[in-house]
Design a binder for this molecule. Structure first.
Ligand SMILES: Cc1cc2nc3c(=O)[nH]c(=O)nc-3n(C[C@H](O)[C@H](O)[C@H](O)COP(=O)(O)OP(=O)(O)OC[C@H]3O[C@@H](n4cnc5c(N)ncnc54)[C@H](O)[C@@H]3O)c2cc1C
Length: 377
């Protein structure tokens, strides 16, 4: 059984940043991630890695390629800690493209209209290569031997001064179903609070009021799904359009330009269709509805995207639970990150973004919650 001072559960941004800070402090740890990839809600689709028209695999060297299927934006003016980290890691950023008019669909029997575009102030910023530039840069600075992927933490057992962490190999692994046990003095929960109490067994049980608070904390964006369409170029700009749109018809209600800093054009949209309706339609049919909407908004050139992606976070068991199907759409108020009484006092700390008081549910919240959790060890 591997015995370390700290085990981090979850390899999203908060877990990776906690690991980064622990290494700076010289504290040994193991990070356990359930998925086969790191980054959690931060993930991108890469059109340069895929298949060409003849079905052959292609992997062009295009370092700026990456279309965010999770978060796209951060706001340096409000989020200085995140901004400084991005700067320290040397990651180039650029402002969300918002020049030109936006399109608005008001009702099923009306043609879409042009309206004055909305310019965010201060501007929303994006990372070149997508938000995974941040998680990749952190991972590159970590000791890979301390990072375990494809193992889901199932049970935490307090045994005297130690915590036993039982984690199970995922179905993709040769040892699928096998349980590995680690031992630590402190566990950092780098995942959404609701996911932690829903999917991990705590022995003894967590204080009841805390478990309820964690269960009732909505996981930001967990009920949502994103559609991305990639084109050879951002052709809507030639027509004085920003690529942004609002729609009362759908299936996408809010649409934005998602083009690379140079090269391919792209738009992304959030579905307004509720989770149950999305589930009742095939992905192919959903994409066809999205394409039809793109044509209504941006013209016939939008009919043939070179790539399309849908990521439905409500269907992803490592982000959402059944309780997330009907989220409030608001950022939850951060619950307490530590048990104040009982066996789990002083050995368990929540460090996922939803535990950040300053930016609950945001990318900046993952950095804030992780740094506070590591400071408090
Ligand atoms: C569509 C979408 C758009 C968004 N847009 C923005 C935006 O523009 N700006 C912004 O600031 N924020 C945005 N967000 C929110 C942002 O993505 C999150 O705040 C941030 O990524 C949270 O990081 P985290 O590490 O706290 O949690 P997560 O990224 O959820 O990481 C948790 C990790 O724990 C792992 N895990 C789960 N259960 C277990 C288990 N039992 N054992 C081991 N590992 C486990 C998961 O696989 C995951 O890797 C968006 C989110 C989504 C989904």
């Amino acid at each position: 059984m591997q015995n370390v001072p700290v085990v981090i559960v979850g390899g999203g941004l908060s877990g990776l940043y906690a690991a980064f800070l622990l290494e700076q402090k010289g504290i040994d740890y193991i990070l356990i991630e359930a998925r086969d990839r790191l980054g959690g809600r931060i993930t991108v689709a890469k059109s340069s890695v895929g298949q060409n028209v003849s079905g052959q695999s292609v992997d062009h060297d295009k370092s700026n390629d990456g279309f965010d299927l999770g978060p796209s934006w951060f706001w340096p003016e409000y989020q200085p800690q995140l901004s400084s980290l991005i700067e320290a890691l040397g990651l180039p950023r650029f402002a969300q493209f918002e020049e030109g008019d936006m399109m608005v669909e008001r009702g099923a029997n009306e043609l879409p209209i042009r309206a004055q575009g909305y310019q965010s102030s201060p501007p929303s910023m994006r990372l070149v290569g997508g938000m995974t530039a941040l998680t990749d840069a952190l991972y590159a600075r970590l000791d890979a031997k301390r990072i375990v992927t494809g193992q889901t933490v199932r049970r935490l057992t307090k045994a005297g001064q130690h915590i036993k962490i039982d984690s199970e190999y995922g179905s993709e692994h040769i040892n699928a179903g096998q349980i590995i046990t680690y031992q630590a003095q402190h566990v950092l929960l780098a995942l959404p609070p609701r996911l932690a109490v829903s999917n991990i067994v705590f022995e003894p049980a967590l204080p009841q009021d805390l478990a309820i608070e964690w269960q009732e904390t909505d996981t930001w964006m967990a009920p949502h799904a994103k559609y991305v369409a990639v084109y050879d170029s951002p052709f809507w700009r030639d027509n004085g359009l920003s690529g942004a749109a609002r729609s009362a018809i759908g299936p996408l209600t809010e649409i934005h330009d998602a083009s690379l800093v140079e090269g391919e054009g792209a738009v992304f949209g959030f579905f307004g269709v509720p989770v149950k309706v999305r589930q009742s339609v095939s992905e192919m049919a959903l994409k066809a509805h999205c394409r039809a909407q793109m044509v209504r908004l941006f013209g016939v050139q939008a009919d043939k995207p070179k790539a399309e992606y849908i990521k439905d976070w409500s269907q992803d068991i490592f982000t959402a639970t059944a309780a997330d199907a009907s989220g409030s759409g608001q950022h939850a108020v951060a619950p307490p990150s530590k048990p104040k009484t009982g066996e789990w006092q002083d050995c368990l700390t929540g460090c996922g973004s939803e535990w950040s008081e300053a930016f609950p549910g945001y990318v900046a919240g993952a950095i804030d919650a992780a740094s506070k959790a590591v400071q408090s060890l």
